[in-house]
Design a protein around this ligand. Structure first.
Ligand code: C2E
Ligand code: CA
Ligand code: CA
Ligand code: CA
Length: 279
């Protein structure tokens, strides 16, 4: 009996099988991907709005698989979190960043800070502070050159323990940045209880920048509020010159987005860009 519904169900079954197969593949291959260099660090520039110059990078992971091609971070991060393996990726990122910074310093480039994304699960499992500490020591780089980004949703689950862990990073000399500010439900509450070094304003405020007048006003108010409590701000997802001008006008400290550059590996192009934009 073949009808519309069996077709629909078959479609879902196949989809589900694909998803599960991919998840299993990710879990089984995380170590290999690191070894084979299928996993790499890409760097996206962050610009200072006042000077219009480069002031840092965000490190984002990219997984290029021989059979699947580029896997989406959205896919493998959720899977690695679910299977409690995300620390493998994040430790790989930390180590690679420290090694890359050392390389740049040795090549005579000016030092520029890099921020790394940490997952909620990283805080439940390994001791990331100690790992980071060991890496900066091993590569002999200043602690001011590596920052940690955590999303506001991380903070809701076990606020007391996390407060302790965040302060541990800060006490050892690492800046801690709050990522995706404004995308969750308790953003302001979190600000009251934690002392962050930087607020990264979620790109949803940039998305309907043209159409939604309120989005602009809220963004301006967030920047103002952050100033009042003494936290710097960076806006994400900046794609147009108009957006950048606006950020400048309202006094947002930094900007990140395709307008300045997409995430790229540390190749010749990267060094070219770096030399041109660094002053
Ligand atoms: P995120 O930390 O909020 O990173 C910003 C995301 O926005 C990145 O997506 C970046 O490529 C994208 N983006 C940057 N500028 C623009 C722009 O102008 N327009 C638009 N439309 N998008 C822009 P990506 O690389 O796909 O990463 C997605 C998320 O995955 C990240 O969000 C971060 O939460 C997570 N992630 C990525 N790499 C890592 C990692 O190594 N470890 C952990 N724990 N999480 C990671
Ligand atoms: Ca981030
Ligand atoms: Ca973000
Ligand atoms: Ca995000």
């Amino acid at each position: 009996i073949k009808n519309k519904y069996t077709e629909v169900y078959r479609f879902f079954d196949e989809e589900l099988v694909n998803i599960v197969t991919k998840q299993k593949y990710i879990v089984d291959n995380i170590d290999n991907a690191i070894k084979r260099k299928d996993l790499r660090v890409y760097y996206q520039p962050v610009f200072c709005t006042k000077t219009g110059t480069l002031c840092g990078f965000e490190a984002l992971s990219r997984w290029k698989d021989p059979t699947y091609g580029f896997l989406s971070p959205a896919d493998y991060i959720v899977t690695l979190e679910e299977y409690r393996l995300i620390h493998k990726l994040d430790q790989f990122m930390i180590k690679s960043i420290c090694r890359d910074i050392r390389f740049m310093l040795d090549e005579g480039f000016k030092a520029v800070p890099v921020s790394v994304n940490l997952s909620r699960i990283d805080f439940e499992l390994g001791d990331m502070v100690t790992y980071l500490d060991k890496c900066v020591e091993k590569y002999n780089i200043d602690k001011s050159l590596v920052h940690v980004e955590i999303t506001e949703t991380v903070l809701m689950e076990n606020p007391n323990d996390l407060k302790f862990q965040i302060e541990k990073f800060q006490n050892r000399g690492f800046e801690v940045w709050m990522d995706d500010f404004g995308s969750g439900y308790s953003s302001f509450n979190v600000l009251k209880d934690f002392d962050f070094d930087m607020l990264k304003i979620d790109m949803l405020f940039m998305k309907d920048f043209e159409k939604n007048k309120k989005a602009k006003k809220i963004l301006a108010a967030i920047v103002e509020m952050a100033k009042t409590i003494g936290i710097s701000t960076v806006a994400e997802g900046v794609e147009t010159q108009e957006q950048f001008e606006f950020l400048r006008t309202v006094g947002c400290d930094r900007a990140q987005g395709y307008l300045f550059g997409k995430p790229t590996p540390m190749n010749d192009e990267f060094f070219d860009f770096f030399t041109k934009t660094m002053r």
